[in-house]
Write a protein that binds this ligand. Sequence first.
Ligand code: SAM
Length: 182
Amino acid sequence: MNALTLVHEVIRRHVGEGAVCIDATAGRGYDTAFLCGLSGESGSVTAFDVQSEAIESTRALLTERGLRARLVLSSHENMGDYAAADSVDCVVFNLGYLPGGDHSVNTRFDSTKRAIEEGLKLLKKGGLMCVSLYYGKDSGYEEHDALLPWLKTLDDQKYQVIATFFYNWQKDPPIPFFIVKN
Ligand SMILES: C[S@@+](CC[C@H](N)C(=O)[O-])C[C@H]1O[C@@H](n2cnc3c(N)ncnc32)[C@H](O)[C@@H]1O
């Protein structure tokens, strides 16, 4: 079990044929492809990334696997321009830098916060947001140090925020958060 398999297991229970999904950080396209596979022909996946290398990498993976998604070269803060409020089943964030890419183009707390706020508006009641936080190494600790206390402040009448810890990992374990809209 690692962060990716844990998150995918939770998503698999939640996302079925016809689901409307957003991948907020397309990267190499693995989450986008996973969401496409679950939501099927009648569902939709919109994926964002600020790097054309990531968008092209995602496009190549989808083509190879015969899958289709709307790929948007833009910050995830703008996801509200691509979906209506209360219309989305699942939003996925994988925070950090593009594996095998430019490690200086990292997700940043300010834009991540705005994007999470935007995503929470778009989620249906009962919708799921997964935020996997990778930090340390070239990413540093800025986003980690700001995101954890901020997520604690989300209104508990509106959202359940579940943090999962790889508790005995010695060095900077990724932290998957699951946010459910009540
Ligand atoms: C850890 S990678 C994502 C991995 C991806 N989920 C996968 O399956 O390969 C993080 C990605 O976030 C992207 N990113 C950074 N800031 C962003 C922003 N403001 N909006 C959207 N994507 C951003 C980076 O370019 C990078 O590709």
